[in-house]
Design a protein around this ligand. Structure first.
Ligand code: ADP
Ligand code: ASP
Ligand code: MG
Length: 417
């Protein structure tokens, strides 16, 4: 007998027919004698719809009420799955975030899970009842509903697995594992049998949304065994049907590649401040007010000073925050002293990730050469120990991902793979 958490994403929960398939999978694990907690997402598209209602109601919505609205998609699917399980003879009940409770920070809209009380849940599992838990939600200060940021059901699942001391956390989605890049963009992408926590963390943070970044960080910290699987494909006889996220020591040399994956992210926007005075404190005058407004800055490029004693500063902010960022910079114009504020949301960040970079030179050079040969201009660059990211024009993003995937030798042998 094992204790398992099974998480089903939006496509897997999109309609009663799909929920029936999910219920059968859960029943299979339950009949094998396992203790099962299921974490569910809202039906595909539902959270977008709810977010749009809030925006339509008021551009300056109260984040606490936003959370009341957008958390409701998961309430519906958790109830529906419990009903469907009961209908096929599996005792089940839903546990909303405030009922367990799952306590979170006060950061409405992207709250962090702080503690999960498993007392009631343990009693229910011991009774052979399946627990169905809506992902993405918890309870913040003042007993207000809070949500965990988009894609947050992955984090709910990993946090539940850690709190329950589960043996496994199986993340069922609409692809059968983590690939060398998004298989919807590059059909020749290869499925990875295993990927390290560190690489998955980096891949997720640069756009591979198959797992929410926070969920990977939490799994790494808590040592949760996470596996990514398809809810649409039968596992068959393969003992490792999806992708297992593992510690680096579990990957053998044969499996090691220089580059593990390529990712893209279209959620950032580029901002340039022209002719910023070239003096100490100038850059702080730009980024200080942005930080105070809680706007995350990602890539930064400062050009060499013009002969006139001024310089151009380019950086990226989340696209959704662009209007606020422009407002903050406009208000700070007197302090910063720039001549023009230029912005462009039509950019994409393309990244290559791999622990092999630590011991091999030339990864970045190969990236720049490959993009240059295709006439793709690089607008900004950032690197970490195991990642190189470039900012390019959005129109070239798919081409860039494809050519880099080929250049680093990641293409599958044939299209069927
Ligand atoms: P869910 O609703 O199940 O949480 P998501 O849409 O959040 O599913 O994540 C799954 C999607 O992630 C896939 O459909 C795929 O298009 C995308 N994706 C991006 N990068 C990768 C990758 N490297 N490997 C697998 N899937 C990826
Ligand atoms: N439903 C939420 C979202 O779409 C959470 C999730 O699915 O992980 O972001
Ligand atoms: Mg997701």
């Amino acid at each position: 007998m094992a204790r398992i958490v099974m998480k089903f994403g939006g496509t897997s929960m999109a309609g009663i027919e799909r929920i029936r398939i999910v219920a059968e999978r859960v029943k299979h694990e339950w009949e094998a004698g396992n203790e099962v907690a299921v974490v569910v997402s809202a039906m595909a598209g539902e959270t977008d719809r709810l977010v749009n209602f809030c925006r339509e109601a008021s551009a300056l919505y109260d984040p606490r009420e936003y959370d009341v609205v957008v958390s409701s998609g998961e309430q519906i699917t958790s109830g529906l799955l419990a009903i469907t399980l009961q209908a096929i003879g599996v005792p089940a009940r839903s546990w909303l975030g405030w009922q367990l409770p799952i306590r979170t920070s006060d950061g409405h809209g992207s709250a962090r899970i702080e503690a999960i009380d498993t007392t009631a849940l343990n009693a229910s599992l011991a009774d052979r009842q399946v627990a169905v838990i809506p992902g993405f939600q918890g309870m913040a200060l003042g007993e207000r509903v809070a949500t965990l940021g988009r894609g947050g059901s992955d984090t709910s699942a990993v946090a539940m697995a850690a709190a329950m001391k589960a043996d496994r956390c199986d993340i069922y989605t609409d692809v059968d594992g983590v690939y060398t890049t998004d298989p919807r963009i590059v059909p020749r992408a290869r499925k990875l049998k295993r990927v390290t926590y560190e690489e998955m963390l980096e891949l997720a943070s640069v756009g591979a949304k198959v797992l929410q970044t926070r969920s990977v960080g939490l799994a790494m910290k808590e040592g949760v065994r996470v596996q990514v699987l398809s809810s649409f494909v039968e596992a068959g006889d393969d003992p490792e049907p999806g992708t297992l996220i593992v510690g680096e020591e579990e990957i053998d040399d044969m499996e090691r590649q220089l580059i593990t994956g390529v990712a893209y992210d279209k959620s950032e926007a580029k901002v340039t401040l022209a002719e910023v005075p070239d003096r100490p404190g100038a850059v702080a005058a730009i980024f200080g007010p942005l930080a105070e407004a809680n706007i995350n800055v990602d890539m930064i490029v400062q050009n060499i000073a013009h002969t006139t004693g001024s310089t151009d500063v380019t950086f990226t902010v989340p696209r959704a925050e662009l209007p606020r960022a422009l407002d903050v910079l406009d208000k700070a114009r007197g302090d910063i002293g720039y001549s023009r504020l230029i912005h462009d949301p039509r950019v994409a960040k393309i990244s290559v990730v791999g622990v092999g970079m630590r011991s091999h030179a030339g990864v970045a050079a190969q990236m720049f050469t490959t993009l240059g040969a295709r006439g793709i201009n690089i607008l900004a660059i950032t690197t970490s120990e195991i990642k190189v990211s470039v900012l390019i024009e959005e129109d070239y993003s798919e081409l860039a991902v494809r050519v880099l995937h080929t250049a680093y030798g990641l293409d599958a042998e044939d299209d069927a793979a």
